[in-house]
Design a protein around this ligand. Sequence first.
Ligand code: PMP
Length: 428
Amino acid sequence: MQYKRSSALFAQAEKVIPGGVNSPVRAFGAVGGTPIFIKKAHGPYLIDEDDNQYIDYINSWGPMILGHAYQPVVDAVVEKTKLGTSFGTPTEIETKIAELAVSMVPNIDKIRFVNSGTEACMSAVRLARGFTGKDKIIKFAGCYHGHSDSFLIQAGSGAVTFGSPNSPGVTAGTAKDTLLADFNDLDNVRELIKANTNEIACVIIEPVAGNMGCIPPQPNFLKGLRELCSEHNILLIFDEVMTGFRLSKGGVQQLYNVQADIVCFGKVIGGGLPVGAFAARSEIMNHLAPLGPVYQAGTLSGNPLAMAAGLAMLQALNDDAEIYKRLEEKTAYLHEGMARVLTENKVVYTINRVGSMISVHFSKTPVIDFKTAANANNDMFKKFFHGLLNEGVYIAPSAFETWFIADALSYDDLDKTIAAVETVAKTL
Ligand code: PMP
């Protein structure tokens, strides 16, 4: 593969965009090298500016669950665009997507649309604070909830990839209200609640973590959190920005049968356009302006093009009774194939998977939290990443990310991927 045009475009971008990118992980900082500039994509494939083609396991970091340029989404956006791109007034399509989302996800009556996952989580926490009248929040080390100040305390994803888990610019005043717990450690949460009696507004969690690689909740961890929260009048926020509409129609709440108080969405719900949302039962949502005192707003929130893309995406998922079963089977097939070739080549690894989220850590111990994820062999991951890229397989350029499986992937694509993993495994 040659990357002549990508390299030239990156050099040009670096002059006018910090680091040449508009979101840090894209810069390949964790794996070395310079980023690839993508020209177009269709189905499971990306095509870069040098006309190299890749099987894509990033899928725009999650949204493209049905593959790129999915026709119903493209058509919906094109048609809407002809009618004008933004009005700043209510539109019918906002109610349509809200009704559909509320019908698909358990335990929510109302939903508010925003423009990103960051906004969704930030607003959810403000709402939780407003609703409970308490200030502190508990988050988990290695979980990423966007780049709002309160969350940049031992965050996962790019925040850890770039070695600044506690970002400058977050004030001590803000940081003191964010308490940190270890993922999968209920005792830790219990201790924090005890040490901060009547001060904690909410616990926010990625109920299946995806920002330190994929880390499933251990049995009864989520149920235990639910009980602790109910006992202490704390709201439980599920950040389902990654998992929502991906792991099941109703997300993790449905998959593990655990009820959250507020749920955050992003990625899939926007079909590839900039959309986030947060939702809860009416009692909580009615605290938001204009009904209640908790302020939250957005010039482009509920934008018609974004809503058209999101609605077409949710409809496609809602109408396909087999979609989550198919995604599960494809991902399990990839899982088994990769495990086989890595084992045959004596590579030390751990593969974690829930539904269509999967990741490979080069670790001989189970990866169950941030510490165990951070202990994996990152040098080996770098080689793995570049080896796969060279074979035409594009995975996230950091071990602290999840691979997303799209339904557009065929078994032939999966076989090619397993063959690529085998080729690279021989070099590790
Ligand atoms: N929450 C989770 C679980 C995420 O994975 C992300 C983004 N990867 C966010 C929140 C933030 O979303 P956005 O990048 O759209 O602001």
